[in-house]
Ligand binder design. Structure first.
Ligand SMILES: *Cc1c(COP(=O)(O)O)cnc(C)c1O
Length: 373
């Protein structure tokens, strides 16, 4: 044994084996950072003012986020107890999983999907059951139903799916709920709901109103469409008793007064913010159309990002983008996710994407034949 090696405290093996967190690479000052699905617009002046005015830094925030919950409850026509606010919707996913699943239990989700899911499940001690996406990068809901066992406690459904882009439709989701045991929690992660333009997409708020299923919790965030990623604030709508269980697992006072104030000010300015969202969605559609024209076969893009299924070429292509000053998110061996950013980035992304797609071999799933005819 090495005498110099310090004795370290024992760590749970499932935690010790988790990869150490590394943030997407920091962009050079003049690069376009399109790796984290952030909103390219700066905060509205009114939102900044609200954050400033909330700055009683020596005081704890309202632990129950009362004003914001009242506001969201009125907006969605639900009881205040049916709204729960967390420090980003990632923390809400963590709370809900911790509340429902532990060692010996199973949590089902599609894969590839949001990169936080595997870690959040591992931390709970439960076992992750990953169900592959379909060939067109959509959730395979029948296969997810088939993966349910008597150990299943939670199913995560991400619509639009990060990082691939397609939505689950309302009808698919309704049929899925009919097939899932009523005592299994279904988390509908709608981090990109505001960007969706597909008319048949699932809408958690409509599902809760229409189907009234106490096992469904819908999650939304102020990070993406409303551009408050730095402040960490998101919300859950669901059955009050389910949300009480989540509240019991939450780290107290983790939602700051500044975040609550900014969220309220954003709801006040919702019209202006949704105009920006519409501009981003239009930019996304132009980007997707341009990529297809260039010969990429890409899935339906309903969030604020596009997915390039580059397979084994992923890391080389990410490097090609970086050389042109575009930072994208590479999922090694699988594909690249490119966020819809500043208007000036669109043409640049298209230029690089059009040049790299030509290096994909014939028969590669990421390419169509159009451009070689
Ligand atoms: C960004 C994102 C979230 C949440 O982000 P927060 O900043 O924690 O609110 C949740 N789910 C998915 C799929 C996301 O992409």
């Amino acid at each position: 044994m090495d005498d110099d090696a310090p004795v370290l405290p024992r760590i749970r093996p499932e935690i010790a084996s988790l990869p150490v967190y590394r943030q997407g690479r920091q962009a050079a000052a003049d690069a376009f950072k399109l790796s984290s699905n952030e909103n390219p617009f700066e905060p509205l002046p009114g939102v900044l003012t609200a954050v400033h005015e909330a700055a009683e830094l020596n005081r704890y925030p309202d632990a129950m986020a009362t004003r914001l919950r009242e506001r969201l409850a009125a907006r969605y026509g639900v009881a205040v107890e049916a709204v729960h606010v967390g420090a980003g919707s990632v923390s809400l996913i963590a709370q809900l999983i911790l509340a429902a699943a532990g060692p010996g239990d199973e949590v089902v989700y599609a894969w590839r999907s949001f990169e936080a899911y595997p870690t959040l499940v591992a931390v709970s001690g439960a076992t992750a059951i990953e169900v592959p996406l379909t060939d067109d990068a959509r959730h395979d809901l029948p296969a997810m139903v088939a993966a349910v066992t008597e150990r299943t406690r939670v199913i995560l459904v991400c619509s639009p799916n990060n990082p691939t882009g397609p939505v689950v439709t309302h009808d698919e989701f309704a049929a899925f709920l009919d097939a899932v045991p009523r005592d299994v929690m279904v988390i509908l992660d709608e981090a990109y709901a505001e960007f969706v333009t597909a008319p048949d997409a699932v809408d958690g708020m409509r599902v809760l109103g229409l189907l009234g299923r106490p096992n469904v919790v819908a999650l939304r965030t102020f990070s993406k469409a409303f551009g408050l990623a730095a402040l960490r604030i998101g919300y859950a709508i669901g059955h009050p008793r389910v949300l009480d269980a989540a509240r019991a697992t939450m780290i107290p006072l983790s939602v700051t007064a500044q975040a609550q104030a900014a969220a309220l000010a954003s709801l006040d300015a919702e019209g202006a913010l949704l105009e920006r969202v519409a501009a981003i969605a239009e930019r996304r559609d132009r980007l997707a159309a341009g990529l297809r024209e260039a010969g990429w076969r890409i899935p339906d893009a309903q969030g604020n990002f596009v997915w390039l299924p580059a397979g084994t070429h992923t890391e080389a292509f990410a490097e090609a983008f970086a050389e042109e000053g575009i930072i994208v998110r590479a999922f090694a061996g699988d594909g690249l996710r490119v966020s819809v950013g500043e208007e000036e980035s669109v043409e640049k992304v298209l230029r690089v994407a059009a040049s790299v797609v030509r290096t994909l071999p014939e028969g590669h799933p990421g390419r169509t034949l159009a451009w070689e005819l």
